[in-house]
Ligand binder design. Structure first.
Ligand SMILES: [Zn+2]
Ligand SMILES: [Zn+2]
Length: 183
């Protein structure tokens, strides 16, 4: 399953193409942290072609699951992101550096790439923008209390006395106990 659109049918009137990607295929490319929470991702591409240049506006929607960074409970994440990407004809990015100063600038622009003369391919771009849309530190809740570093219980559902014990075993607590014993 790919997001590959033939450029022959495109013209100066914006056209919408719908495609889908297998969520699992995308998840495999997302550093292994995420897994699919729905079979498919929906990709909606609006494409406009002026001669060899194809301008696209892409919306990517998908559902993923991962473990909360603090408590390791499963977290469902919905991705709904949009991006613009322009495609130029084969060889146009390289040719630009000799021929045209304006086109030469496009070479450094991450939002421009070449198409192969027949189709535009959006799979990798969709994966890239899905990564950007997902949080660096996924949390089940902003207020997640995480796991106790001593006994490992989930502090969102249970409480432990590790903190209290730590207080008791601190040097000050021992001093206090000594004083009590002396008395
Ligand atoms: Zn959590
Ligand atoms: Zn504990």
């Amino acid at each position: 399953m790919t997001v590959s659109i033939p450029i022959a049918g495109l013209n100066a009137t914006p056209q919408t193409r719908e495609a889908s990607l297998t969520t699992a295929w995308c998840a495999e490319r997302l550093t292994g942290v995420y897994e699919a929470a729905a079979p498919n991702m929906t990709i909606v591409v609006q494409a406009t072609r002026y001669a060899e240049v194809v301008e696209t506006h892409v919306r990517v929607q998908g559902k993923f699951r991962c473990a909360c960074s603090r408590c390791a409970e499963p977290v469902d994440l919905t991705v709904d992101t949009e991006f613009d990407h322009h495609f130029v004809g084969p060889g146009q990015l390289d040719a630009g550096s000799d021929v045209d100063e304006d086109l030469a600038g496009l070479d450094d622009d991450p939002d421009v790439s070449e198409h192969d003369g027949t189709r535009i391919e959006l799979d990798d771009l969709c994966v890239e923008h899905t990564i950007l849309a997902l949080p660096d530190v996924p949390l089940c809740d902003e207020a997640c209390k995480g796991l106790c570093p001593r006994c490992g219980i989930n502090r969102n559902v249970e409480s432990c006395t590790c903190d209290l014990q730590e207080e008791r075993s601190s040097p000050w607590a021992k001093l206090a106990q000594l004083r009590v014993q002396k008395d």
